[in-house]
Design a protein around this ligand. Sequence first.
Ligand code: G16
Length: 545
Amino acid sequence: MTDRIHTVPTEPFDGQKPGTSGLRKKTRVFMQPRYVEAFTQSIFDAIGGVAGKTLVLGGDGRYFNDRAAQVILRMAAANGAARMIVGQGALLSTPAASNLIRRRGADGGIILSASHNPGGEDEDFGMKFNGPNGGPASETVTDAIFERTRTIREYRIMDAQDVDLSRLGEVRLGDTVVEVVDPVADYADLMAQLFDFAAIRSMFARGFAMRFDAMHAVTGPYARELLENRLGAAPGTVVNATPLPDFGGGHPDPNPVWASDLVDLMMGPNAPDFAAASDGDGDRNMILGRGIYVTPSDSLAVLAANATHAPGYARGLAGVARSMPTSRAADRVAAALGIEAYETPTGWKFFGNLLDAGRVTLCGEESAGTGSDHVREKDGLWAVLLWLNILAARDQPVDAIMTDHWARFGRDFYSRHDYEAVPTERANALIDRLRGMLEFLPGQKFGELTVAQADDFSYVDPVDGSVSQRQGIRVLFTDDSRVVFRLSGTGTEGATLRVYLERHAGPHADHAQDPDQALGPVIAAAEAVAQIREHTGRDRPDVTT
Ligand code: G16
């Protein structure tokens, strides 16, 4: 073999700045000559090189996943990596990649995904780096990567044929061992350690019916293996199970808008007992019972209150964490359990230190993410399995579990309104105006509601003391309602304004109300405070979840 290592000159590319979760851009941006190469070399340089190191590599199977993986392998070889552990077909769900990094003691990993964003030549692509703990790189590391992208002048790559990633086993690329592994096996084994598979199996054997929508994305093979093969759910329980490069033309985003078929099924006469969906890279989840949608914020709270039904959590929880815009439902559970509750900025990376320090066991976000200390990413199938474990243990339907939960803790009515592809300057103007008003807001009345407090969320990491400022505008009203305004860090077009709306109804209030109705005064106050229509030019949100 005439493998040859080249040092290739490049210009820095503008805007290779990792956002909430890695670098996300239009696929065609990534397809420009040297773009993936410049970013990959910047990652390698920012982490002190990869000579002698072991990295995990895989992605969600979207368009360009396979091409980017081959480039990264040739660059890892040229940069002297000792071993690259790659999922067969260059596939790995994000939680499975996190697990592999941890289990194999790797120095980190590169995950190819734009998560729930659509895939295809004209859609989105992404790359993110996870550290040796298996979690998303901290802001210190992503800042160092970004700094490097601004000065990079060359990258190293090996001339070589594509590695056959369809065959399990080891091959060599120069001195680097490329190990192609089954993407599902280790992850499925981990799940079997955490949950009472016998109880879940017996529930399915008694006729419990479920549908899991893999949305043509990466969780299909994982869900088939776990739900149908290991737990005995009826064949056909997992639908849209084959990962496709364009996710079948849809948004692989498990929410009531993009998984509306599943919601329709669960609200109709032929609903099974339970339904769930996951996203492009397998870290998000949506939970539904017959006739009921469980919001991600409520799901976190219910899982926290019931986790001890699962063997992996039988000893109880150290604490729970939620991102700031996530409803405060989980805090109420933590208070009742006498454990710590933490409020972090949006982004799974902020949970890493708390999990590593053993301060929290469960974490979650309003953006359909829930997880625990079993890996360092949110984990869609994990959440589904914990729900199944709880349903098996309590032998009650989802709606009864929710009614019971709200009767005990009260209900946090919750909704998120997204305004997408807003011109960046207009979105910035809205946020800047709010920032300028903060000190004058307390005491002001907006419709029925009076502002109690308002601030721009700032987070001091309790483990390493690092500070993250300007993480979202919080407006708290005297009746304990809340509105949060922030700009998304994952969009690829203009700005996405997210408005998070929340209203608490105590244990004895009417919990059966329609959430939109319950939130009416909060929605009106949000418009009055922020003048959303005027700034965005829109009458209504593009997506409501
Ligand atoms: C990512 C992050 C999450 C975050 C979500 C939305 O999820 O990992 O922590 O909550 O984006 O972020 P934003 O509101 O900034 O768009 P995923 O599933 O896209 O990786």
